[in-house]
Design a protein around this ligand. Sequence first.
Ligand SMILES: Nc1ncnc2c1ncn2[C@@H]1O[C@H](COP(=O)(O)OP(=O)(O)O)[C@@H](O)[C@H]1O
Ligand SMILES: [Mg+2]
Length: 253
Amino acid sequence: MGIKRVKTGIEGFDKLVQGGFPEGSCVLLAGTPGTGKTIFSLEYLYNGALKFKEKGLYISVGQPVDSLIEQAKLFGWDIEKLINNGMLEIIYISTKELDQNISQFIVDKIQQNNIKRAVIDSISVLATNAPVYKSLNEISVVDILEHRSFFSPPILGDSIIKKFIYTFIENLRTADSCTTILISEASEKGEFICRDTVSEFACDGIIIMGLMSIGNENYRSIQIRKMRLTDQGKDIYPLEITKNGIVVKTKSL
Ligand SMILES: Nc1ncnc2c1ncn2[C@@H]1O[C@H](COP(=O)(O)OP(=O)(O)O)[C@@H](O)[C@H]1O
Ligand SMILES: [Mg+2]
């Protein structure tokens, strides 16, 4: 049997990934602020629920539910209706409430409610806030020595974030009929795509959304850097945010 593909339904996108994301994969959607990550993810869940009858879950760390509903409305997507009929759930989590249990909470939610599409907005905010409530007595001397970070809280902090992300993605994989987008706030420069430097290695796919401003014009782009089990489109494609949502310009493909 072939690989089952999960269509985003986003104009121009699916043909770049052989029809859709491989079912069960964890795809990192990276980009600097304002590149369209939230809109892309909302459209993925909206189309999933409406066109493909697949239940969606949006975990929002920081952006309130009402604001997401309003954002979707601008594109004509009535996600409130989907919430009311049980096809979509948006969970807002304040950074203050975050702790290590978030990972298991999300996996339980996916399994109990038969969720097929999930979005984590964002893994960056989650990873920097979730592990901080780990009590000091849970950090062993071995943890410190392993990372050669004697007396160096920033490095120790960094390694805790990395460990959290690996465990988080590993946990998500146990919900293997759910295809998840992990939004990541990309750094403007640097050799790594994500600030945490590890999520890009742990994920099955990486999509990079870009934005360049020249004069009064904004030029948006999308690139699929990696997609396991997929012969993906190799270019950097122009992308537009239209009144109906995202359009990827693929020319002759
Ligand atoms: N209706 C629209 N038409 C065109 N562009 C829009 C529209 N709504 C939002 N945008 C653009 O999308 C950007 C926000 O996208 P968003 O997905 O929230 O970004 P991110 O989540 O990557 O920070 C805005 O800064 C704006 O430039
Ligand atoms: Mg966003």
